[in-house]
Design a protein around this ligand. Sequence first.
Ligand SMILES: Nc1ncnc2c1ncn2[C@@H]1O[C@H](COP(=O)(O)OP(=O)(O)OP(=O)(O)O)[C@@H](O)[C@H]1O
Ligand SMILES: Nc1ncnc2c1ncn2[C@@H]1O[C@H](COP(=O)(O)OP(=O)(O)OP(=O)(O)O)[C@@H](O)[C@H]1O
Length: 569
Amino acid sequence: MTLSDKEIIVKDLTFRYKEQKDRNAIEGINLEVEKGEFIVIMGPSGAGKSTLAQCLNGLIPHFTKGHYSGEVVVRGIKVKETPVSKMAKEIGLVFQDFEAQLFSTNTKLEIAFGPENFGVPREEIEEIIRRVLKIVNLEGLEDRPPSTLSGGQKQRLAIGSVLACMPSILCMDEPTTDLDPIGKIGVFNIARELHEEKELTLIIIEHETEEALNADRIILMEKGKIIKDGKPREVLKEVDLMEKIGLMPLQIPKYFSQVSNLEKADLPLTYEEGVQKFKELGLQIDEGKYQEILRREDEREKSYGDVIIQAKDVEYVYSNGTKALDGINLEIREGEFIALLGHNGSGKTTLAKHFNCLLKPTRGSVIVYGKDTKNSNVYEIGNYVGYAFQNPDHQIFADTVYDEIAFGPRMRGCTEEEVKERVAEALKAVDMEGFEKEDPFALSKGERQRIAVASILAARPKVIILDEPTTGLDYKEQKRMMELVKRLNESGHTIIMITHTMWIVAEYAHKVAVMRDGKIEMYGKVRDVFKEEERLLELSLKPPSIVSLSNRLGKTFLSVEEMVSCTKR
Ligand SMILES: Nc1ncnc2c1ncn2[C@@H]1O[C@H](COP(=O)(O)OP(=O)(O)OP(=O)(O)O)[C@@H](O)[C@H]1O
Ligand SMILES: Nc1ncnc2c1ncn2[C@@H]1O[C@H](COP(=O)(O)OP(=O)(O)OP(=O)(O)O)[C@@H](O)[C@H]1O
């Protein structure tokens, strides 16, 4: 095959953003992609993954300026010499910030936009819309304005609108951050099918690793460079390397690398392979230690305080007639750490907004610290309950970190002296002392997320609601965020967290409520709920692989560390 037959050729590519002083965003990248290849690019935050993606479709250097050297050739076209509008036909890019990608007044028009622009005949567009809606599972929402879709539904729409353009190469930058676990697997399945059916060349950028097993090739990036490029079954066994660069290693090889002397090549990758290996190696679980873990958990359960939030027969109907909550009964006790789980659009955000009075029930009632929210308001309930939004950028508005955090206390009539004290206290809690004068928008996503939490803390609420606090963060930042949440819980805050990241639920939450179509379908201690894998699967959830492995062995462990501590070699 000659060079020009390649789908993508990247040669000695280096790029530095105009504002970037310290280092290049990507440096000396060399990459060749064959037609029909399925590649997953992984790397910690700031590794240069998004920059590389934008170099492929020409946004860099045509829109974003900086120092650019080297060459990118996509399907025989030199990107640097070709307008972005022309490149869009060859390579479709689903942006990391998918909300910025949506601009039409309804779902159908959003999907039709690309094909219309490329002059596809009307009748064909109808067919494309039908097919795409089915693929991304948004049938029935054709006429909805994107602003009324749930977070995950918006992300599905962003993927659908790019699929509709039928590009030869599809590049998706973290396309599954807001999707429920089955939706996440679904994107990889859709990708796989499109790739097999149409010989679509596929590049997916992801922090999370498990689904990457489906790819033909994994590329690891760190600090602007490619540090590993190989088959998934080889790359995903690099437990130490992944951990070193700040990526979450797969749990199964990590567990076996800690409890056995297996060579890297012999490490199992999936939980099914793990069950086999566990037996082969003659490993056992220490019953005494396991019982001790269960006993500590029961004690914790008994330590919770009074019921502070109570939802009674709550129904909620949005103004367009969508019934988002349908008979919710739930009690939350002081000191609990509860995760709200469920498929995209199941009603998690709608329910959580009832707890701080952003929404009031259409029927039924919500009682917060003895107050019926029907007779209260956000301002009053805000004394008890703080709400950190799904996307910190929707919450942040001030020019400096100080003013951002000071806003709440100032609104509440605190003196400047008190404001100062509260800002200092909140910044300390989120481990960001010294950032007072910074512009919040110039910070990394993880830092912005922590600033958003700090501004909630400044109102000194007893309950903190976190709506997907770790989306878009890499493993290191996710852990940092969750250690912060854990500390807040241990210091007496009640935590209510919405998330799709199952390992975080397993390792940090104590209770879970699983929703489906506006109802709570499962409720209980994390360990008890995660035991019921088949039931969870019906609800679009899938526990982390270490939970699946241990379930097959008759116990339920929630983290690799927990299982290692109970393994007899
Ligand atoms: N518009 C910009 N201006 C200046 N520097 C930027 C800009 N965008 C990214 N950078 C810097 O370039 C480097 C690579 O960023 P990039 O967004 O490509 O990383 P990434 O691997 O995609 O990270 P993430 O997983 O957080 O999206 C980082 O150091 C980042 O701070
Ligand atoms: N402003 C709105 N107007 C009309 N319908 C809405 C509005 N906001 C949400 N909905 C609908 O209500 C239902 C529940 O949405 P909600 O945002 O509570 O779901 P979710 O479980 O938080 O989803 P996700 O995991 O995708 O964030 C969905 O069908 C959604 O489309």
